[in-house]
Structure formats: structure tokens, C-alpha cells
Write a new protein. Structure first.
Length: 654
């Protein structure tokens, strides 16, 4: 079977593959990314790194630090944290960009850390943005970042991959922000949750690099773990532009050169014709009209003309963030407000995605146009997008924002209402004092469709090699909790989450109390837990995985998982398997039951050699657990595995 573009790129950065081995969706791989980005949270990653026993960073060229979140905060405490991060960077010879340089995602793309055909991870959910440059950009947690610092590697289970075929061209006055808001609003029922998206189609050629960055960035809000565009002439021209910038700046060792671009031209950066995609979305750019999302919900798509009729008064407007504060965004807003003033009572906040962009906007006059209209300028960085510094929302206020998230309370008071829109709509609304656009455009239905692509019947999986210490077979009775979207608070309540003094035996007694008060009496040690779809959604608390392990449940099988939950499980040496066919069978079998927790009476045998689940005469397959997943379980988790690797390296060097 052929590979998708994402699978090909991941293969280039996978470590320890057998000769000729190809990687596919659902495979566990050890990954050595080209770069790992951390921002203000570097301060929290440093102690994790030190606790692993590492004496120094494995490869000082791999990490990159960029301070961007709390840049308005001049308190002694915050400045002290920033100094600590910079000192660590200087000592370890790590690339460091201080507060004021700009938002990390924009900065590292400008500075050449993100290149086509590479894997770049970041300890931030909007690392998806790197996909605009044909790079597999995906978020990692802080433990992963520390592990990469220490060993150069982390582990990843390659998600399912969905093809998004883009057709047509954007109409006049329609932007990349409208495209991603329309995609999110049209497919708002978790169709792409925890998947990687691969954009294809003739319509992509008409999308600018900035528009691609906007779309890739907000695949995060759509629920995806990556959103990757192809390598084409647009990307190549962008890279050449950066080379010219570095030459003009006088860089002695630029991260992008003309020779590197020529090498990229020769790389295999196209999917194979027989590559498998779990789903395919077909989306017509020509059907998109100016779109707004809200209030307080990214998936609540509203066509702009519908909101204009309501004349929703606004108090604040925002042109900032990693999704919509690049040069063309600022230009777009400036063109709308030229020679006009923002409405009385409306505060307009402006911050560029980077200092480079701010300087360009000033040289071209866009910045001054917005300032003369009444814009209040902020330091290049995140700021009010995440409710930090000047410009946060007060109770009862209404805002129109060119940011990427409008979750209740994110930008300030939970009593405020936030709508998301393009820079042009934000600027037009600030001029009039209510949500509106620059011109009257009719709304029309988005032309799009989704097709599922079931896997074709395949030969049984080859026998899996089992490492010493990992079981070949696990047996037990299935205990079924049929609820879909089982959230982590239901599994392990928030009232226990921050009590660090609970011992494992005590944590075991708290499992599922917020879901079923009878669970503790029903379950038995040695049971195998079966859950529904999107198991472990909600917060990232790792205790929702460890509480099941401590309770004596041998492993959990679900139809699908929150990716964070599954990662927390394996990071703590606990097996979490996906088997949709088994869960569908159980749901049908126990459809009439009103019980929250069901003792099925089904004695189950998991065969890890053949990757099969045996329930009496029924047999179900699951994706093989390879050496990476097995080692995580054998060692008791990721941190223990990293510590073993560090000790082994230090011993070899002694």
C-alpha cells in the first residue's frame, strides 16, 4: 500500500525502523523531529528536563525558544522567569528569541526553522501552522519537549489521515479566515477529531502563503493534530523570499539557502496514488462567503449578512494573534479604515505577529493608517488573545476578533461575548460600532461533502515480535462503560486532581465516581475495560489514566480516544487500544441496558502476537503494538524510558 505525504515525511524522521519498513497511520514510532519549539512554558519544561537526569541538551540545534505569551507582564516574577529561560538557552547554546520578537509560530517560520518535508513539533496547540510550508507540524506536551531536549526523540502514534480536496477559487472579499471558519462550521461534529489533514486539489494554487498559514493554524480548532499543505511554487517562492531577506540582513549561516531549495525540489513530497485516507472532504472555495463564528463557540458558523441585520453592538475589536496578524492582514484592515475613525466607544487593539511584520507595516504606511484611525498598539505577541495584559474583556462586553479562539472566558471575563472574523470584518465592525462587513454580499450554502473511506479487506497482520517483559496474551472479563465522549472529570474528578498527596491505592478508589457511583462495587481487579467513542475527552489530567491502572483494570479498549488521554496512558505504561468493531458489537449487544457500568460476562483474550481480540467465537483486530509501545509499558512509562536511555548513554560515554 502506498503512503500519504504525511506518512512519507514522518518516515524520514522515524528512528529505529527495520530495513524496508514503511510507516502508516496508527503505527507507533520513535520520532526525532527537526526542531522542537517552546515559548513561555520553557520555564516549566526546564525542571522536567532536569528531573530526567540529563546533563545537557542532546542536540543544541534542535530546540528553539521564543517568548511570546505574557510579554506585556513586566512584573519581577515574570521578568525573572524570562531571564531564567534566556540563561538556560545561552548555556545550552539554543536559539533564543526574546519577548518582543513576535509570536513563536510566526518567528520560527520567518527564521527558517520550518521547512518542507520536515517534522517540527511545538509545545503549543497551534503548531499545526507549520503545515502551511509542507511540514508536519504538530503539538507535543511538556514532557515530550523535555524528552526531546534530553534524547533528541519522542514517541508518536501516527493519527488517521484525512484528505481535504480544495476546488475552485475564492470570491472577491473572501479570505483564508472565512475558509477555515466555513470548514469548521460545516464539519462541526468531530469529523476530523484527532486526525491529520492533508490538503490537496487544484484550488490550493490560488491560496497565498498567509492564507495557508491561517487555515493550517485553525485546523487546531477544527480538532485535527496537523494540517499539511503540499509543496508547490507558492511555497518555493516564499522560501526564496526568505533567502533574499537573510542575504540582505547579512546572515553568515542562514537556515535556508538556494541549494537547500533545489534539494527540496528533488524530494518525494507527493502522496502515492494508492495511499489510504480514512476520509475525504471535498470543499469548493467558490462557495465561501464572509463568515463569522460565535458567540463563544468556534463551531457556531454564521453568515455575515445574518449578523449584519442584527446590528450587534461591539465594545472591542482585535487584530492580533498567530492566525491573523501578518502583513497582508494588516494591509487588509488598513485599506478598510483609510481616512476614517473607529466608532466612539470601540477600542481597537493591534499587535503584529512579529517585529519584522510590524516594521514592514510601518514602512508601507499600513500601521500609521490604523493608528490614525484610533488603534491601540501592543507588543508583538499573544497578549489579549489568551487573556493576558492590556485589552482583556470585561463582563458584558462584546468583541469581534481576528484571533483563533473565542472560548468563554479565554480573552477575559466569562461574561463577555466574542465573535471571530477576518481582519476586514473586524476593521469594518470597529468603524461602524456593530458587526458588519465592507460590502453587501449574499450568503449562500457552502458546497462541501465528506466521504468515508473504509479500509479494504487486507491480509491478517504479520505476527508481531514481542519484547521480553511484555505479555503475549492478556485475559479477563470485559467491563463495559458505553458512554461516548467520556470526559476525564467523569473518570477522575477535579476535586482529587490537585491533591498531590493521594497514594496510588487511594487514587484507585476514585475511578469513575463522577460517572457511576456504583462503579467501584461493580468492577473487579483483572477486568478489561471497554469504553465508547472519544474516550478521555476534556482536560489533560493524567490521573484519568493512572486511576484505572491503579484500580487493577488491565487495560482499556475504546472505539476512539482523545489523543491526549491515549498519550497520558502510554506515558504511564498503561495500554489503551482502539477497536471500533468491538465497541460497535458491544453497543448493539447491550443496546437495551440502562446500566452505566455493565458486567458483560464475556471472557476476553487479547493476543498481542497476532493483534487480535477473542470474545468467545468472535474475533476482532487491532493495530499492532510495536516495539515503541511495548517499551513504554515494560518500563512503566515515558519518563522512566527516557531515564533509562540517558543512563545508557552516560554509561557508554564513561
Amino acid at each position: 500500500m502506498g503512503q500519504t505525504l504525511i506518512e512519507k515525511i514522518v518516515q524520514r524522521y522515524a528512528v529505529g525502523l527495520k530495513p524496508g519498513q514503511k510507516v502508516y497511520a496508527n503505527d507507533f514510532v520513535l520520532l526525532k523531529p527537526q526542531h522542537v519549539m517552546t515559548h513561555d512554558n520553557t520555564g516549566a519544561v526546564i525542571p522536567k528536563f532536569e528531573s530526567m537526569g540529563a546533563s545537557g541538551v542532546f542536540d543544541s540545534k534542535q530546540p528553539v525558544f521564543a517568548l511570546d505569551h505574557d510579554v506585556q507582564n513586566k512584573s519581577k516574577e515574570n521578568l525573572g522567569k524570562y531571564t531564567k529561560i534566556e540563561t538556560f538557552a545561552r548555556k545550552q547554546e539554543i536559539a533564543f528569541f526574546p519577548a518582543g520578537t513576535g509570536i513563536a509560530h510566526q518567528v520560527i517560520t520567518e527564521e527558517g526553522f520550518v521547512l518542507p518535508g520536515t517534522v517540527v513539533v511545538g509545545s503549543d496547540s497551534h503548531s499545526n501552522l507549520y503545515g502551511a510550508l509542507a511540514c508536519v507540524g504538530t503539538p507535543v506536551v511538556r514532557t515530550d519537549a523535555a524528552a526531546i531536549w534530553a534524547t533528541g526523540q519522542t514517541w508518536w502514534q501516527i493519527p488517521e489521515i484525512i484528505k481535504v480536496e480544495i476546488t475552485g477559487k475564492l470570491g472577491l472579499g473572501v479570505t483564508g479566515k472565512d475558509v477555515i471558519l466555513a470548514l469548521i462550521g460545516t464539519f462541526a461534529n468531530d469529523e476530523v477529531l484527532n486526525a491529520c489533514l492533508e490538503f490537496t486539489g487544484e484550488g490550493i494554487a490560488s491560496l497565498t502563503m498567509s492564507q495557508r498559514k491561517t487555515i493550517a493554524n485553525m485546523t487546531t480548532e477544527w480538532g485535527a493534530l496537523a494540517g499539511v499543505f503540499p509543496y508547490d511554487s507558492r511555497v518555493r517562492d516564499y522560501l526564496l523570499n526568505r533567502v533574499e531577506f537573510f542575504e540582505k540582513r547579512g546572515d553568515q549561516n542562514p537556515r535556508i539557502t538556494r541549494a537547500m531549495i533545489d534539494e527540496t525540489d528533488c524530494m518525494d513530497l507527493k502522496p502515492d496514488l494508492d495511499a489510504y485516507y480514512a476520509k475525504e472532504i471535498i470543499f469548493d472555495l467558490g462557495s465561501v462567503t464572509p463568515t463569522v463564528a460565535g458567540p463563544n463557540e468556534v463551531k457556531a458558523m454564521v453568515f455575515l449578512p445574518e449578523l449584519e441585520q442584527q446590528r450587534i453592538k461591539i465594545d472591542k475589536a482585535y487584530l492580533l494573534s498567530c492566525v491573523n496578524s501578518r502583513l497582508d492582514d494588516i494591509e487588509e484592515a488598513a485599506a478598510v479604515v483609510k481616512n476614517r475613525k473607529f466608532a466612539t466607544g470601540v477600542k481597537f487593539y493591534l499587535a503584529a505577529a512579529s517585529a519584522q511584520i510590524e516594521q514592514q507595516a510601518k514602512e508601507l504606511g499600513y500601521w500609521q493608517t490604523l493608528v490614525e484611525a484610533g488603534a491601540q498598539t501592543l507588543t508583538a505577541g499573544c497578549g489579549p488573545c489568551i487573556g493576558l495584559g492590556e485589552g482583556v474583556l470585561e463582563p458584558g462586553e462584546v468583541a469581534i476578533s481576528a484571533t483563533n479562539r473565542n472560548y468563554k472566558g479565554r480573552m477575559g471575563s466569562p461574561g463577555a461575548n466574542v465573535y471571530l472574523a477576518s481582519p476586514a470584518v473586524v476593521a469594518a465592525s470597529a468603524l461602524e460600532g456593530y458587526i458588519c462587513g465592507t460590502q453587501t454580499l449574499p450568503s449562500r450554502p457552502v458546497v462541501a461533502r465528506l466521504e468515508n473511506r473504509p479500509r479494504q479487506n487486507q491480509a491478517a497482520a504479520a505476527a508481531q515480535d514481542i519484547l521480553p517483559g511484555f505479555p503475549t496474551v492478556i485475559e479477563g472479563e470485559l467491563l463495559f462503560v458505553p458512554k461516548d465522549n467520556m470526559n476525564t472529570d467523569a473518570i477522575y474528578g477535579k476535586e482529587y486532581t490537585y491533591n498531590d498527596n493521594l497514594l496510588p491505592a487511594e487514587m484507585a478508589t476514585k475511578a469513575f465516581l463522577n460517572y457511576d457511583p456504583e462503579f467501584q462495587q461493580i468492577t473487579r481487579e483483572g477486568d478489561i475495560l471497554a469504553g465508547g467513542w472519544n474516550f478521555g475527552s476534556g482536560s489533560s489530567r493524567e490521573q484519568a489514566a493512572t486511576t484505572l491502572k491503579y484500580r487493577g483494570l488491565q487495560l482499556v479498549i475504546a472505539g476512539s480516544y482523545s489523543q491526549t488521554y491515549k498519550r497520558n496512558a502510554f506515558n504511564n505504561g498503561y495500554i489503551a487500544l482502539e477497536c471500533p468493531e468491538l465497541i460497535n458489537w458491544l453497543k448493539e449487544k447491550f443496546n437495551s441496558s440502562n446500566l452505566l457500568t455493565i458486567r458483560t460476562g464475556i471472557n476476553t483474550r487479547l493476543d498481542f502476537v497476532n493483534s487480535e481480540i477473542h470474545c468467545g467465537e468472535r474475533k476482532f483486530g487491532f493495530s499492532p503494538l510495536g516495539a515503541v509501545a511495548q517499551r513504554l509499558v515494560i518500563t512503566g512509562g515515558f519518563e522512566q524510558l527516557i531515564q533509562e536511555q540517558i543512563k545508557s548513554t552516560q554509561k557508554a560515554q564513561a
